[in-house]
Design a protein around this ligand. Structure first.
Ligand SMILES: Cc1cc2nc3c(=O)[nH]c(=O)nc-3n(C[C@H](O)[C@H](O)[C@H](O)COP(=O)(O)O)c2cc1C
Length: 316
């Protein structure tokens, strides 16, 4: 059985939401709409349990939390690897980027930047650098999330200030975390708008060549890509199960023991997910081990320290 993105589980409130009390008229001035009276607001009609069950396929879950549209979007996530050619409207992209920028950012440094790539030739060259992944070319817009210390460096130089701190590993980590948090906010926002996306970590296979293709200065690192666009319904994969909370969550102190039966149960759930979609039934355990078996398994990324050095990061 195909477990779909979960839209069927959640029914929004019966009454439409209130319109905004203020909006802009054509001249850009604010105009006021009185709130209509709302005699019988309906309570939410479902809870989030069905979608949480779809995420874990774990019968031991408690359930019982009320559903809302934010939870629905997040719990329904699945990566999209097949796109229709429809372009992303500029205002939609602007809203997605605003969502990204709304993520928390360490010390408000905002040491991330975004590269928007829509030129077919450049997308093709980036796809070739990222292991030939076809969805990079197929999606109308390819985003590259950048850990960016160059802007801070330039701003400091313009103020004739010394900032020795940016050459430490900590600042690179701050920039990488900032970029990741911004990107995930963008993913939630675009999925809430009915769009789809897939992260492209393979963009780190050859970081120097990607940096050259994008004209990146020193101290800017292409952390990962994100193909975005309108999902092709033929290419949807559904809600992929995650490791049980009993394996992932620790309380007060880390417990290094791992219950083999919990991992075996997860292997079984992932096998079922794969089989339902006519995808190869490779055990999850085998798959993750083979992903890190040898340095070559990292598809070029085993030389990341050297690549970062070439891109100007001292990582003291
Ligand atoms: C940082 C990052 C890098 C990823 N890189 C790739 C990639 O290069 N190609 C790809 O097809 N999927 C990539 N993915 C998607 C993961 O394979 C996917 O998120 C994971 O299998 C879970 O599936 P789901 O997102 O559908 O729940 C990446 C995900 C993340 C978070």
């Amino acid at each position: 059985m195909e477990i779909d993105a979960g839209r069927a589980f959640y029914q929004p409130e019966v009454n439409p939401p209130f319109p905004p009390t203020r909006s802009l008229d054509r001249g850009g001035k604010r105009r006021h709409h009185p709130r209509p009276s709302r005699p019988h607001p309906e309570p939410p009609v479902t809870d989030a349990t069905d979608l949480i069950n779809a995420r874990y396929r774990d019968p031991s879950l408690l359930g019982g939390v009320a559903m809302n549209p934010v939870l629905e979007t997040i719990l329904s996530h699945s990566s999209c690897r097949a796109f229709l050619p429809d372009p992303i409207p500029p205002a939609t992209l602007e809203a997605i980027i605003a969502a990204a920028a709304s993520a928390a950012t360490s010390s408000n440094l905002q040491v991330w930047s975004l590269m928007v790539v829509e030129d077919p030739g450049r997308k093709a060259r980036l796809a070739a650098l990222a292991g030939g992944q076809k969805h990079i070319e197929q999606s109308p817009t390819f985003l590259v999330w950048l850990a960016d210390l160059a802007r801070l460096d330039t701003i400091a130089k313009q103020s004739q200030a010394e900032i020795a701190g940016i050459h430490f590993l900590e600042l690179f980590m701050v920039a990488l975390i900032d970029a990741a948090l911004a990107a995930q906010n963008a993913v939630v926002a675009l999925e809430s708008l009915g769009l789809g996306s897939v992260y492209i970590g393979a963009l780190r296979n050859q970081p120097e060549k990607v940096a050259a293709e994008l004209g990146l200065p020193k101290l800017v690192f292409p952390a990962f890509g994100l193909s975005i666009g309108t999902p092709d319904p033929k290419g949807t994969s559904g809600i992929k199960p995650r490791l049980p909370q009993s394996v992932v969550v620790h309380r007060e102190q880390y417990d290094p023991t791992i219950d083999p039966s919990a991992i075996a149960a997860y292997d079984t759930r992932m096998s079922a997910f794969q089989t339902e979609r006519n995808m190869p039934d490779e055990r999850w355990t085998q798959r993750v081990i083979s992903r890190v078996r040898t340095p070559d398994s990292l598809t070029g990324r085993h030389r990341m320290r050297e690549a970062l050095g070439n891109l100007g990061f001292e990582l003291k």
